[in-house]
Design a binder for this molecule. Structure first.
Ligand code: ADP
Ligand code: ADP
Length: 230
Protein backbone atom coordinates (compact mmCIF):
# COMPACT_ATOMS: atom_id res chain seq x y z
CA UNK A 1 0.00 0.00 0.00
CA UNK A 2 1.69 3.23 -1.13
CA UNK A 3 2.15 6.06 1.40
CA UNK A 4 4.40 8.31 -0.68
CA UNK A 5 3.84 8.51 -4.41
CA UNK A 6 6.01 10.91 -6.43
CA UNK A 7 5.60 10.83 -10.18
CA UNK A 8 7.82 12.63 -12.68
CA UNK A 9 8.56 15.47 -10.26
CA UNK A 10 10.32 18.41 -11.86
CA UNK A 11 11.62 21.53 -10.25
CA UNK A 12 13.76 24.37 -11.51
CA UNK A 13 14.88 27.65 -10.03
CA UNK A 14 14.41 31.13 -11.42
CA UNK A 15 17.98 31.11 -12.72
CA UNK A 16 17.03 28.11 -14.88
CA UNK A 17 18.82 25.49 -12.79
CA UNK A 18 16.87 22.25 -13.22
CA UNK A 19 17.28 20.62 -9.81
CA UNK A 20 14.74 17.76 -10.26
CA UNK A 21 14.44 16.35 -13.76
CA UNK A 22 11.46 14.03 -13.57
CA UNK A 23 11.89 11.96 -10.42
CA UNK A 24 9.53 9.12 -9.51
CA UNK A 25 9.48 7.16 -6.27
CA UNK A 26 6.80 5.12 -4.51
CA UNK A 27 7.27 4.21 -0.85
CA UNK A 28 4.96 1.60 0.63
CA UNK A 29 3.72 1.49 4.20
CA UNK A 30 6.45 0.26 6.51
CA UNK A 31 9.13 0.58 3.88
CA UNK A 32 12.52 2.21 4.54
CA UNK A 33 14.09 3.87 1.52
CA UNK A 34 17.56 5.38 1.66
CA UNK A 35 18.52 8.00 -0.93
CA UNK A 36 22.22 8.35 -1.64
CA UNK A 37 24.18 10.32 -4.18
CA UNK A 38 26.57 13.21 -4.63
CA UNK A 39 26.15 16.54 -2.90
CA UNK A 40 24.00 18.95 -4.92
CA UNK A 41 22.26 16.18 -6.86
CA UNK A 42 18.82 17.18 -5.51
CA UNK A 43 18.25 14.61 -2.74
CA UNK A 44 17.31 17.12 -0.08
CA UNK A 45 15.16 19.13 -2.46
CA UNK A 46 13.33 15.97 -3.52
CA UNK A 47 12.34 14.83 -0.02
CA UNK A 48 11.44 18.39 0.96
CA UNK A 49 8.77 18.31 -1.72
CA UNK A 50 7.11 15.42 0.19
CA UNK A 51 6.55 17.71 3.14
CA UNK A 52 5.51 20.73 1.06
CA UNK A 53 8.68 22.57 2.07
CA UNK A 54 9.61 23.04 -1.60
CA UNK A 55 7.23 23.90 -4.40
CA UNK A 56 7.67 22.01 -7.65
CA UNK A 57 6.55 22.79 -11.20
CA UNK A 58 5.66 19.49 -12.84
CA UNK A 59 4.58 16.01 -11.85
CA UNK A 60 2.47 14.78 -8.98
CA UNK A 61 3.06 14.02 -5.31
CA UNK A 62 0.59 12.28 -3.04
CA UNK A 63 1.08 11.53 0.63
CA UNK A 64 -1.31 8.90 1.94
CA UNK A 65 -3.78 9.96 -0.72
CA UNK A 66 -3.39 13.72 -0.13
CA UNK A 67 -2.29 15.59 -3.25
CA UNK A 68 0.40 18.23 -2.76
CA UNK A 69 -0.41 20.90 -5.30
CA UNK A 70 2.40 22.63 -7.20
CA UNK A 71 1.77 25.93 -5.44
CA UNK A 72 1.59 24.28 -1.99
CA UNK A 73 -1.99 25.23 -1.24
CA UNK A 74 -3.47 23.13 1.58
CA UNK A 75 -0.07 22.28 2.95
CA UNK A 76 -1.26 22.09 6.54
CA UNK A 77 -2.97 18.76 5.94
CA UNK A 78 0.14 17.12 4.58
CA UNK A 79 2.51 18.64 7.13
CA UNK A 80 0.53 16.86 9.82
CA UNK A 81 1.08 13.53 8.10
CA UNK A 82 4.81 13.72 7.43
CA UNK A 83 7.47 14.26 10.07
CA UNK A 84 10.85 15.64 9.13
CA UNK A 85 14.23 15.52 10.84
CA UNK A 86 16.91 17.92 9.60
CA UNK A 87 20.68 17.92 9.67
CA UNK A 88 20.67 20.96 11.99
CA UNK A 89 17.99 19.67 14.46
CA UNK A 90 15.94 22.91 14.14
CA UNK A 91 14.77 22.83 17.76
CA UNK A 92 13.39 26.00 19.33
CA UNK A 93 16.28 27.21 21.52
CA UNK A 94 14.14 29.19 23.96
CA UNK A 95 11.83 26.26 24.72
CA UNK A 96 12.68 23.31 26.94
CA UNK A 97 13.04 19.84 25.48
CA UNK A 98 9.57 18.95 26.72
CA UNK A 99 8.05 22.15 25.31
CA UNK A 100 9.68 21.48 21.95
CA UNK A 101 7.93 18.13 21.81
CA UNK A 102 4.51 19.31 23.03
CA UNK A 103 4.31 22.49 20.96
CA UNK A 104 2.75 21.06 17.81
CA UNK A 105 0.41 18.61 19.56
CA UNK A 106 -0.96 21.46 21.68
CA UNK A 107 -1.22 24.11 18.97
CA UNK A 108 -1.87 22.05 15.85
CA UNK A 109 -3.62 18.97 17.22
CA UNK A 110 -5.32 20.91 20.05
CA UNK A 111 -4.42 18.28 22.60
CA UNK A 112 -4.88 19.30 26.24
CA UNK A 113 -1.53 20.14 27.81
CA UNK A 114 -1.68 17.20 30.18
CA UNK A 115 -2.16 14.65 27.42
CA UNK A 116 0.55 16.29 25.31
CA UNK A 117 2.97 16.16 28.26
CA UNK A 118 2.23 12.49 28.92
CA UNK A 119 2.74 11.48 25.32
CA UNK A 120 5.85 13.63 25.05
CA UNK A 121 7.40 12.05 28.13
CA UNK A 122 6.76 8.58 26.71
CA UNK A 123 8.46 9.57 23.49
CA UNK A 124 11.41 11.15 25.29
CA UNK A 125 11.71 7.93 27.28
CA UNK A 126 11.73 5.96 24.08
CA UNK A 127 14.60 7.98 22.58
CA UNK A 128 16.49 7.95 25.89
CA UNK A 129 16.19 11.65 26.77
CA UNK A 130 13.54 11.66 29.51
CA UNK A 131 16.01 12.90 32.17
CA UNK A 132 16.75 15.97 30.03
CA UNK A 133 13.11 17.03 29.59
CA UNK A 134 13.47 20.28 31.55
CA UNK A 135 16.71 21.37 29.88
CA UNK A 136 17.08 23.66 26.91
CA UNK A 137 18.41 22.34 23.59
CA UNK A 138 21.68 24.26 24.00
CA UNK A 139 22.45 22.23 27.12
CA UNK A 140 22.31 18.94 25.19
CA UNK A 141 24.80 17.19 22.94
CA UNK A 142 24.11 17.11 19.22
CA UNK A 143 23.09 13.47 19.39
CA UNK A 144 20.66 14.21 22.22
CA UNK A 145 19.22 17.18 20.34
CA UNK A 146 18.67 15.04 17.27
CA UNK A 147 16.84 12.45 19.35
CA UNK A 148 14.62 15.24 20.72
CA UNK A 149 13.94 16.27 17.11
CA UNK A 150 12.88 12.71 16.33
CA UNK A 151 10.60 12.62 19.39
CA UNK A 152 9.11 15.96 18.34
CA UNK A 153 8.26 14.59 14.91
CA UNK A 154 6.78 11.41 16.37
CA UNK A 155 4.53 13.43 18.68
CA UNK A 156 2.44 14.38 15.66
CA UNK A 157 1.88 10.68 14.93
CA UNK A 158 3.05 11.00 11.34
CA UNK A 159 2.24 8.53 8.58
CA UNK A 160 5.82 8.80 7.34
CA UNK A 161 9.13 10.25 8.48
CA UNK A 162 11.71 12.04 6.35
CA UNK A 163 15.35 12.30 7.44
CA UNK A 164 17.66 14.76 5.73
CA UNK A 165 21.25 13.78 6.60
CA UNK A 166 20.30 13.42 10.27
CA UNK A 167 23.79 12.42 11.41
CA UNK A 168 25.92 14.68 9.20
CA UNK A 169 26.24 17.44 11.78
CA UNK A 170 27.11 15.07 14.63
CA UNK A 171 30.42 14.16 16.18
CA UNK A 172 31.23 10.54 15.31
CA UNK A 173 30.56 9.22 18.80
CA UNK A 174 26.97 10.49 18.64
CA UNK A 175 26.07 9.06 15.27
CA UNK A 176 25.41 5.59 16.67
CA UNK A 177 22.77 6.69 19.20
CA UNK A 178 20.75 8.47 16.52
CA UNK A 179 21.05 5.63 14.02
CA UNK A 180 19.92 3.21 16.75
CA UNK A 181 16.74 5.22 17.32
CA UNK A 182 16.10 5.28 13.56
CA UNK A 183 16.69 1.56 13.35
CA UNK A 184 14.15 0.96 16.12
CA UNK A 185 11.59 3.11 14.36
CA UNK A 186 12.11 1.14 11.17
CA UNK A 187 11.69 -2.07 13.16
CA UNK A 188 8.36 -0.80 14.47
CA UNK A 189 7.14 -0.41 10.91
CA UNK A 190 7.51 3.34 10.40
CA UNK A 191 7.53 4.40 6.75
CA UNK A 192 10.82 6.24 6.27
CA UNK A 193 12.80 8.03 3.61
CA UNK A 194 16.36 8.88 4.64
CA UNK A 195 18.94 10.92 2.81
CA UNK A 196 22.19 9.76 4.32
CA UNK A 197 25.79 8.89 3.54
CA UNK A 198 25.78 6.22 6.25
CA UNK A 199 26.41 3.08 4.22
CA UNK A 200 26.16 0.89 7.31
CA UNK A 201 22.68 2.16 8.05
CA UNK A 202 21.65 1.73 4.41
CA UNK A 203 22.94 -1.84 4.35
CA UNK A 204 21.34 -2.88 7.60
CA UNK A 205 18.07 -0.97 7.72
CA UNK A 206 16.99 0.00 4.21
CA UNK A 207 14.54 -2.11 2.25
CA UNK A 208 15.62 -0.22 -0.83
CA UNK A 209 18.44 2.11 -1.77
CA UNK A 210 18.10 4.63 -4.57
CA UNK A 211 20.91 6.61 -6.10
CA UNK A 212 20.33 10.16 -7.22
CA UNK A 213 22.63 12.03 -9.57
CA UNK A 214 22.13 15.31 -11.35
CA UNK A 215 18.42 15.58 -10.53
CA UNK A 216 17.51 12.03 -11.54
CA UNK A 217 17.18 8.63 -9.86
CA UNK A 218 19.80 6.66 -11.72
CA UNK A 219 19.86 3.36 -9.86
CA UNK A 220 17.75 1.47 -7.37
CA UNK A 221 17.94 -1.86 -5.61
CA UNK A 222 17.99 -3.83 -2.39
CA UNK A 223 20.98 -3.01 -0.19
CA UNK A 224 22.49 -6.40 -1.10
CA UNK A 225 22.20 -5.83 -4.82
CA UNK A 226 23.28 -2.25 -4.40
CA UNK A 227 26.44 -2.64 -2.36
CA UNK A 228 27.63 -6.06 -3.43
CA UNK A 229 27.57 -5.47 -7.17
CA UNK A 230 31.00 -4.67 -8.53
P1 ADP B 1 21.65 17.30 -2.15
O1 ADP B 1 20.65 17.15 -1.07
O2 ADP B 1 21.73 16.13 -3.06
O3 ADP B 1 23.00 17.77 -1.67
P2 ADP B 1 20.17 19.62 -2.85
O4 ADP B 1 18.77 19.17 -2.99
O5 ADP B 1 20.55 20.39 -1.64
O6 ADP B 1 21.15 18.42 -3.10
O7 ADP B 1 20.59 20.38 -4.19
C1 ADP B 1 20.18 21.58 -4.40
C2 ADP B 1 20.87 22.07 -5.65
O8 ADP B 1 20.09 23.13 -6.09
C3 ADP B 1 22.26 22.58 -5.37
O9 ADP B 1 23.07 22.37 -6.51
C4 ADP B 1 22.00 24.07 -5.11
O10 ADP B 1 23.11 24.87 -5.48
C5 ADP B 1 20.83 24.33 -6.03
N1 ADP B 1 19.95 25.38 -5.50
C6 ADP B 1 19.38 25.41 -4.28
N2 ADP B 1 18.66 26.52 -4.12
C7 ADP B 1 18.78 27.22 -5.28
C8 ADP B 1 18.26 28.44 -5.72
N3 ADP B 1 17.47 29.21 -4.96
N4 ADP B 1 18.59 28.84 -6.98
C9 ADP B 1 19.37 28.07 -7.75
N5 ADP B 1 19.89 26.89 -7.39
C10 ADP B 1 19.60 26.47 -6.16
P1 ADP C 1 22.08 22.64 2.21
O1 ADP C 1 23.16 22.07 1.33
O2 ADP C 1 22.55 23.01 3.58
O3 ADP C 1 20.82 21.82 2.20
P2 ADP C 1 21.90 24.61 0.18
O4 ADP C 1 23.32 25.05 0.08
O5 ADP C 1 21.34 23.73 -0.88
O6 ADP C 1 21.64 24.03 1.60
O7 ADP C 1 20.96 25.88 0.25
C1 ADP C 1 21.03 26.80 1.29
C2 ADP C 1 20.21 28.01 0.91
O8 ADP C 1 20.85 28.70 -0.17
C3 ADP C 1 18.83 27.66 0.41
O9 ADP C 1 17.92 28.63 0.86
C4 ADP C 1 18.94 27.69 -1.08
O10 ADP C 1 17.71 28.01 -1.70
C5 ADP C 1 20.00 28.76 -1.30
N1 ADP C 1 20.84 28.42 -2.48
C6 ADP C 1 21.61 27.34 -2.64
N2 ADP C 1 22.22 27.34 -3.82
C7 ADP C 1 21.80 28.46 -4.45
C8 ADP C 1 22.09 29.04 -5.72
N3 ADP C 1 22.89 28.44 -6.61
N4 ADP C 1 21.49 30.22 -6.02
C9 ADP C 1 20.68 30.79 -5.15
N5 ADP C 1 20.38 30.31 -3.93
C10 ADP C 1 20.93 29.15 -3.59
Amino acid sequence: EPVIVAQDVEKWYDNGFHVLKGVSLTVNRGEVVVIMGPSGSGKSTFIRTFNALEPYQKGRIEIDGILISHDLKDIEKVRKEVGMVFQQFNLFPHLTVLQNVTLAPIWVRRWPKRKANEVAMQLLERVGIAEQAKKFPGQLSGGQQQRVAIARSLAMQPKAMLFDEPTSALDPEMVREVLDVMRELAGEGMTMVCVTHEVGFAREVADRVVLMADGMLVEEGTPDAFFNNP
